[in-house]
Design a protein around this ligand. Sequence first.
Ligand code: ASP
Length: 342
Amino acid sequence: MEKPVSILIIYTGGTIGMVNDPVTGTLVPIDFVHISDQVPELRRFGFTMKTVTFDPVIDSSDVSPDTWVRLAGTIYENYEKYDGFVVLHGTDTMAYSASALSFMLQGLEKPVIFTGAQLPIGVLRTDGKENLITAVEIAAARENGLPVVPEVCIYFENKLLRGNRTVKYSSEHFNAFVSPNLPPLAEAGLQIRYNHNIIRYPTVRRRLTLSDSFDTDVAVLRLFPGIRKETVHAIISSPGLRGLILETYGTGNAPTAGWFLEELGSFIGRGGIVLNVTQCQAGGVEMGLYETSAGLLRAGVISGRDITTEAAVTKMMILLGSGMAGDRISSSLSRPLCGEMS
Ligand code: ASP
């Protein structure tokens, strides 16, 4: 007889498992037993399912690189024992965590599916039940003995999105996430339709390796008309800063003022790394298209192409933490490592 599919559910917290605190009235996380009681349907799959619960469970605003180390470490330690992994996580920083794990788990050949909810699972109209049930089904999906989606993904509402391409888009709608520059890897309707052309399949068999060292000496500088020289200077010259994500206009454009380019130039001259990402919801950076980005190119700013800020931040932190030399970090930033940019 064939062995039943085995799934490890890692519960970190988030709205999916929250209840109203009777004293404060605010939403606070509860344990997984309460969640599974609300979704008895899970047992009908016939899979072997185990759960690991973070202690304490957290609202995802409290996520930090330590959380990612714990999360990726749990997957790494249990990698051989399970066919797939489901991560229950708050929606607020889910795109950061999914991005981080995609860079940490190199050589991944099994599904790691993040999901959560906009409404707690105990609420009648919750989106959490469907999200959890379908995430488990996707994590368990196999064709010809191999996992259908061997990637870190976010499943939400009815779409499966590549984790490092995803942004939280709505704080209100069940359809909370979008992947503006990549179509969904799957859509769930009457059936779950997989987009096999977009899913990344391993070309050579590799062992899973875990990178779990982060350097948080990074900053995100979002430009706006009227931004002050002192503000830019304060951020760029903050002690220890090694990497700057510059959120620019349109196709990667920025002010042409001398002081601005000099600030960036001197940071890069001191060994700092600047990655250009667009403020636009979709599309990417194309430096040199306008004169307003040619100066950035000359100063040594790297194009982030169509990467999301969430993926840019986590990629920068993990590359800086790797101990690689600056030129290797720059070259890794300018090319896709695991499908995070086109
Ligand atoms: N504040 C919650 C969290 O991110 C929101 C959610 O889960 O939807 O943990």
